[in-house]
Write a protein that binds this ligand. Structure first.
Ligand SMILES: [Zn+2]
Length: 224
């Protein structure tokens, strides 16, 4: 694998720079600043909950969910009983909200989970669950503002609605040009190679179903 391919899978960090204490792709800084400033002017304390995540961090999240140490949630934020499921079904259940290591858009550095910290109620902590961004949720106004503003700053929401793969993730924004360029370096064969050579639970079921998982969860996103 070349460096660009490794970067796109979260296995190399040389495309990243520090942005307010977090790692992001060097090419998103300017757009991110503009978006951040516009959000401030509109009354939102634009806050990043999560930006870059590497392959190993994603594997830790994955393995914790696969082994039942972290809850696997359904679209209603209810916990799924994975003990009754086959490995292939556990994989699908996890991928509703957590990407397979090597396929997370957070590997790109172009994708961020964001919220408006000044809209959290006292004593409330961020859950990153859909209800928080829906009508009556604390970030509903922020979500509406994002919807109408993202595009002019070069961003979009890849998980704007449920398409049968990843759940609706109103908090997840992506820099259009940068993520496209990163995606050009992702392929089934490099993902296969990365998974095969790392400790990822459910590996046999994953590798067996990889093409289907890839088209259902990785490329199945909003147009922009
Ligand atoms: Zn995200």
């Amino acid at each position: 694998m070349n460096i660009a391919q490794r970067q796109a899978l979260g296995l190399d960090q040389t495309h990243l720079v520090d942005y307010q204490g977090r790692l992001v792709h060097a090419q998103v800084v300017e757009s991110l600043n503009a978006l951040n400033n516009a959000a401030k002017s509109a009354g939102f304390d634009f806050t990043i909950a999560s930006s870059y995540r590497d392959f190993h961090r994603q594997s830790m999240i994955w393995n914790a969910k696969f082994s039942g140490k972290r809850p696997v949630l359904d679209r209603n934020s209810d916990t799924v009983d994975i003990s009754a499921l086959s490995d292939a079904k556990i994989v699908e259940a996890i991928m509703l909200f957590s990407a397979l290591p090597g396929t997370s858009r957070h590997h790109f550095g172009s994708d961020l989970d964001v919220y408006a910290s000044n809209y959290l109620q006292p004593g409330q902590s961020l859950q990153l669950e859909p209800w928080e961004y829906q009508i009556d949720g604390p970030f509903y106004d922020f979500a509406c503002w994002l919807d109408s503003s993202l595009q002019q700053f070069g961003f979009f929401r890849p998980y704007d609605k449920f398409r049968g793969g990843v759940a609706e993730e109103p908090w997840h924004i992506s820099h259009i040009e940068t993520s496209k360029a990163m995606m050009d370096h992702v392929s089934l064969s490099t993902i296969y190679e990365a998974l095969e050579t790392h400790d990822v639970l459910g590996k046999a079921a994953i590798l067996e179903n990889l093409p289907t998982l890839y088209s259902r969860f990785v490329t199945n996103i909003a147009e922009h």
